[in-house]
Design a protein around this ligand. Structure first.
Ligand code: CTP
Ligand code: CA
Length: 233
């Protein structure tokens, strides 16, 4: 449809988007991190704002520029992301978890830089599990409640057990969110690149294939789905 038909179709809506990758500190200078740049989440935030939404971006170490007009909350760790999301999504209409939160963090963070010692012994890092932000948003919304719409992202690879889409369907069911945007990362696709190719799986059984294109186009296709869903309830 014509772009004019979409103008301001998210007016009056509050959209909260998380983007980027968390860092879990071993000591003041070193962390466990991941390859997410935040590009896709920022593209969604930007597109939602252009369509009239009030947008909050919870940004974990985002390395791309965030356009003006978007309320940005900076976080570093999954624990901070968890706290920021739970504090800001209560009255929201849509939450998009495009961030890549680290699943684990070091059990403790050294207060001073970890040094090598003469003997050549290496430190052992014990990991503990981080909170699951999306799962907690689903749990807090409670059964039977439709707001906010909850959208997850998943980067998957196929393996001997299941295809990318089979893994994704199972994850959508496990997470209990409304949509899962699935990325096939088998061949090093998607990371730190301007374009992407996804399937938007719905808890209602729907599947929308979005062909390879700029992340702004992925954002547009996803927001088309979400705006329609918001209008129909
Ligand atoms: N997610 C989250 N909190 C976490 C981990 C993940 O909110 N601690 C969100 C991500 O932002 C994403 C969705 O959950 O929207 C799916 O993330 P993914 O890492 O694919 O799911 P996991 O349940 O962590 O499963 P896996 O073992 O495959 O990493
Ligand atoms: Ca994970």
């Amino acid at each position: 449809d014509a772009p004019a038909a979409r103008v301001a179709d998210l007016a009056g809506r509050h959209v909260v988007v998380s983007a980027g990758g968390t860092r879990e500190y071993l000591d003041p200078v070193r962390y466990l991190g991941n390859r997410s740049s935040g590009r896709q989440g920022v593209a969604i935030a930007e597109a939602a704002a252009a369509r009239g939404a009030k947008v909050t971006l919870v940004a974990a170490n985002v390395t791309v520029e965030v356009p003006a007009g978007i309320d940005v909350v900076q976080v570093e760790t999954t624990a901070q992301l968890h706290e920021a999301m739970l504090a800001r999504t209560d009255a929201s209409d849509v939450v998009v978890m495009a961030a890549a939160p680290a699943d684990f963090r070091p059990e403790s963070t050294a207060g001073a830089k970890i040094k090598k010692d003469e003997s050549g012994s290496v430190p052992e890092v014990r990991l503990v599990q981080n909170p699951d932000v999306l799962a907690d948003l689903v749990a807090r919304r409670g059964p039977g409640s439709a707001a906010p719409l909850l959208v997850g992202f998943a980067a998957e690879t196929g393996d001997e057990q299941a295809t990318v889409l089979e893994h994704a369907r199972a994850k959508l069911a496990r997470k209990g969110c409304d949509y899962l945007v699935v990325n096939d990362v088998s061949a090093g696709k998607a990371f730190d690149r301007p374009d992407n190719e996804v399937v938007v799986l719905g808890a209602d059984g729907s599947a929308l294939e979005v062909p390879l294109g700029p992340k702004s186009e992925i954002a547009r296709a996803l927001l088309d789905v979400l705006a329609r869903r918001l209008d129909n309830r």
